[in-house]
Design a protein around this ligand. Sequence first.
Ligand SMILES: NC(=O)c1ccc[n+]([C@@H]2O[C@H](COP(=O)([O-])OP(=O)(O)OC[C@H]3O[C@@H](n4cnc5c(N)ncnc54)[C@H](OP(=O)(O)O)[C@@H]3O)[C@@H](O)[C@H]2O)c1
Length: 255
Amino acid sequence: MQLNLKDKVVIVTGGTKGIGRAIVSGFLSEHSRVYFCSRTPSSIPHATSLFLSTHHSSTIHGSVVDVSIPSQLQSWITEIVEKEKRIDVVVSNVSSISVTDTEEAWRNGYETDIRGTVELVRAALPYLELSRGNIVTISSVSGRDVDFTAPSPYGAFKAALIHYTAQLAHTLAPKGVRANTVSPGNIYISDGVWGDIEKNNPELFNSQLAKNPTGRMGKAEEVADAVLFLTSERASFISGANLVVDGSLCSGVQF
Ligand SMILES: NC(=O)c1ccc[n+]([C@@H]2O[C@H](COP(=O)([O-])OP(=O)(O)OC[C@H]3O[C@@H](n4cnc5c(N)ncnc54)[C@H](OP(=O)(O)O)[C@@H]3O)[C@@H](O)[C@H]2O)c1
């Protein structure tokens, strides 16, 4: 299947680790021009050299941006547009992963997951309208099922992201901009969230692993492939979807 993502200008938040890193790598494999961010300055050159070691001569650019700070997001988008003159795809991947029921966690969850996505879309939208581009938000199965993360802001804000993305899909369809959500289930990455839980809370790890009817957790690349497909012309009539990538972890029927 030809995705035809070559030379598309793609922005991914949180690309130095985990699912974001796999999404960046996926777009680089398609020869897209990829811009990613994270908050940790030292992680940017490290991730960039890893990307370049597997995708020689790719256009890849990392920046230190905290998505919970709207002025940083705005400057980042302005910088990219000054250089590229266009934006084709934005992937809002970052979450504060706030799984405690405290005032601080609710504030962080709102500022990072919700405001971080809304401000990213607001800044990029004029350019996405010009390119008839694509928005993908990364939610979670915790947004559709009440799971081990409850009670906390995590699932509540992930559900809000699915609704917000559907609103974008509906209101932007006449302008040719598509918006979709990808909702991963448990995704195992050795230096990621489930790798940490495996080391520090093996009981939780084993109980969650046992809930996966496939007998395994997902791979970051399996989530990235869903994102790439949705942003490609192969998905030209798909907008407002919530694509659950969970190996059938959720047992509820999604209508
Ligand atoms: N892993 C799973 O099993 C799973 C399951 C369902 C949904 N998800 C969703 O998938 C997305 C990615 O999760 P992940 O597991 O890949 O996370 P991760 O391994 O913790 O990676 C998060 C990435 O985002 C960056 N980041 C975090 N906060 C940021 C901020 N405020 N501004 C800019 N960058 C920031 C991190 O770098 P710095 O820390 O250096 O900033 C890192 O590059 C999240 O939306 C998560 O809710 C994950």
